[in-house]
Write a protein that binds this ligand. Structure first.
Ligand SMILES: Cc1cc2nc3c(=O)[nH]c(=O)nc-3n(C[C@H](O)[C@H](O)[C@H](O)COP(=O)(O)OP(=O)(O)OC[C@H]3O[C@@H](n4cnc5c(N)ncnc54)[C@H](O)[C@@H]3O)c2cc1C
Length: 459
C-alpha cells in the first residue's frame, strides 16, 4: 500500500517506521524543516549552536521507544546516559536514590534511606505506593493527584520534594489539577515495574540524532514512486475518495494524521461528515494545553556538578521558576569513563558548558519579562548550588517556551482512539488514548497503534 503520514513528530515517525518495516510505501509530510516535532534539534541563534527545543529525559519504563531505537539498529547504551533514579535537591535538603536490589526492594530501600524526610513521612510514602499497587494501580474516577495525596496523608514536605516534581515531569500539570489515574499509570510502569524501569535516561546527543535522523535516511531511501520525505510541506487539504484519500491532491490508500490536536482537527474537519464524526471532532475541541520552558545558560567554562540532573526548589513569587537543573558537563565527565562515545563528544559539540533549567507548567513565567526571569532563575541556581562552589560566569543564555508543550492532563478528559470514524484515516499523537500522559513513550505507542490498526483494517 501507499500511505501518507502527516506530521514528523515521534508519533508520525513511529507510524512511518512500522509501515516501512512491513514493506509499505510511505510518504511523510512534515510542515517544519526538520524531523522530531516537539522533540527535535534546533539551532539556538542566541548561543549559535545546535541544541534541543527543550531538555527531555526518558525512563527505563519507555520500553516501546527503546525497542524502536533497537529495531533501527541504534545502540541505546551509547545514545543515553543511564542511571538509577536519583532525586537530589541541589541545595542538599532532600535526597532519594533507588538501590541496586531486586524490585520492589530497590525502591523500598531508597525511600527508607531518603534524606530530608521524617520516618513518618517515609513510611506514609511507602504505604501510599503499596496501597496503589494493591488496588491494581487504580484510583477513584475523577480524582486529582492532589486529592489522592491528601487521602494518602502525604505531608507538604513529601509533596514538594517527591510527588510534585514527579507529577510535573510526567504530566506537565500541577498537582491540584492533574489526573490521578494517568499519574498512576506512569507509577505502575516505573515504580511498579522491574528495577531498571525507574532508571533515568538522559540523551547524550541531540534529540533528532537519537533516531529521527536515522528514519530520515530510510524514508529517503525508498524507491516506490510517490514515497519519500516531504520536509517543509504543511498539508492543507484532505479529501476522501472511494478508494483512498487525497492529500493535497496526491492519492494514497490511507493516511495517518499525526499533527498536534489543533492541526489534526482542522484537517479532519474538511472531510465529509460520516456517522460519529461530529462527536469525534468535539472530543478534539476539549483539549487544553500547558507550556514548558527551558532556560539555557552558557557558562564561561564547564562546571562539572556531581550529578547531571538536580532538583531545584521553585519560588514563583520571586520569579525563581526553575524546577530541574541539567549540567551537560557532568554528562561529558561520565562519557569518558563509560567509553561509549569518543572521549569529549559532548565537549566537541560545544554544549559541555551549558546548563539547562526546566520549568513545567510554565504559564506563570509567560507573564514576566524574559530578562527578569533569566536573572531571577540564575540567582536561584547560584543560591541553591552554593555547596558545590561558585558557579562559573554566565556568558550567554537562551529561553525556549513551547506554548503547547503537552495537553493538560486533567481528570475526565476524553481522548480519541487512533481509528477515526472516516474510513482510511487514522490519527497518531501523544494526545490519543494511550493511557499515557503527553510524553515521548505515549507518542511512540500511539504511532505503533495507528499503523497496526490501519494494517489490520485494510489487510
Ligand atoms: C519542552 C518540552 C519538554 C518535554 N519533555 C519531555 C520529557 O522530558 N520526556 C518526555 O517523555 N516527553 C517530554 N515532552 C513531551 C514530548 O516532546 C511529546 O510528547 C512528543 O514529542 C509528542 O510527539 P508527537 O509526535 O505526538 O507530536 P509533535 O511532536 O507535536 O509532532 C507533530 C508534528 O506534526 C507536524 N504537523 C502539524 N500539522 C501538520 C501539517 N498540516 N502538515 C505537515 N506536518 C504537520 C508538526 O510540525 C510536528 O512536527 C516534552 C515536550 C516539550 C515541548
Amino acid at each position: 500500500m501507499k500511505i501518507a503520514v502527516i506530521g514528523g513528530g515521534w508519533a508520525g515517525l513511529t507510524a512511518a517506521w512500522s509501515l516501512l518495516q512491513r514493506g509499505h510505501a510511505v510518504a511523510l509530510f512534515e510542515a517544519g524543516r526538520s524531523l522530531g516535532g516537539r522533540a527535535r534539534r534546533i539551532h539556538s541563534r542566541a548561543l549559535d549552536l545546535a541544541t534541543d527545543n527543550g531538555q527531555h529525559i526518558l525512563l527505563g519504563a519507555y520500553t516501546e521507544t527503546l525497542d524502536l531505537m533497537r529495531e533501527l539498529g541504534l545502540d541505546t547504551g551509547r545514545l543515553f546516559y543511564r542511571e538509577r533514579l536519583s532525586l537530589q535537591a541541589a541545595d542538599g535538603s532532600f535526597g532519594l536514590r533507588t538501590l541496586p536490589l531486586p524490585a520492589p526492594l530497590h525502591l523500598l530501600a531508597g525511600v527508607l534511606g531518603a534524606q530530608g524526610l521524617t520516618l513518618k513521612e517515609r513510611l506514609r510514602l511507602i504505604s501510599l505506593t503499596t496501597s496503589l499497587r494493591r488496588h491494581g494501580w487504580k484510583t477513584a474516577a475523577g480524582m486529582t493527584v492532589g486529592q489522592w495525596l491528601e487521602q494518602g496523608r502525604q505531608s507538604p514536605q513529601v509533596i514538594r520534594s517527591f510527588w510534585q516534581p514527579l507529577c510535573l515531569a510526567a504530566l506537565n500539570t500541577p498537582v491540584p489539577d492533574a489526573c490521578a489515574q494517568l499519574f498512576a499509570h506512569v507509577l505502575r510502569d516505573s515504580l511498579g515495574g522491574p528495577k531498571d524501569a525507574t532508571d533515568v535516561l538522559i540523551p547524550r546527543v541531540d534529540l533528532s540524532k537519537l533516531w529521527p535522523d536515522e528514519l530520515l535516511r530510510r524514508l529517503n531511501g525508498q524507491s516506490s514512486p510517490g514515497a519519500g520525505l516531504h520536509l517543509g510541506h504543511a498539508v492543507r487539504k484532505l479529501h476522501a475518495c472511494p478508494s483512498g484519500i487525497a492529500v493535497d491532491g496526491q492519492h494514497f490508500d490511507a493516511a495517518i494524521v499525526a499533527g498536534n490536536v489543533p492541526s489534526t482537527s482542522r484537517l479532519l474537519a474538511q472531510l465529509e461528515a460520516v456517522p460519529d464524526s461530529l462527536p469525534y471532532l468535539d472530543m478534539l475541541s476539549d483539549f487544553d494545553f500547558l507550556p514548558i520552558a527551558t532556560i539555557t545558560l552558557k557558562l564561561e567554562h564547564p562546571w562539572q556538578l556531581p550529578q547531571p540532573m538536580l532538583l531545584l526548589h521553585d519560588h514563583p513569587a520571586r520569579l525563581q521558576f526553575g524546577q530541574w537543573l541539567f549540567d551537560r558537563s557532568a554528562l561529558a565527565a561520565r562519557e569518558t569513563t563509560e567509553a561509549h562515545l569518543p572521549a569529549g563528544h559532548i565537549a566537541q559539540t560545544g554544549t559541555a558548558s551549558l546548563l539547562h533549567i526546566v520549568i513545567s507548567d510554565a504559564s506563570a513565567l509567560q507573564e514576566h519579562k524574559q530578562d527578569d526571569v533569566v536573572a531571577a532563575v540564575t540567582a536561584q541556581v547560584q543560591a541553591q548550588t552554593q555547596r558545590f562552589g561558585p558557579m562559573p560566569r554566565v556568558t550567554g543564555h537562551d529561553v525556549i517556551v513551547e506554548k503547547r508543550a503537552t495537553f493538560a492532563a486533567r481528570p475526565g478528559l476524553a481522548r480519541p482512539t487512533v481509528a477515526t470514524p472516516w474510513p482510511r484515516v487514522w490519527v497518531a499523537g501523544d494526545w490519543t488514548d494511550t493511557g499515557y500522559p503527553g510524553v515521548l513513550e505515549g507518542a511512540v505507542r500511539s504511532g505503533r497503534q495507528a499503523a497496526a490498526s490501519l494494517l489490520r483494517s485494510l489487510a
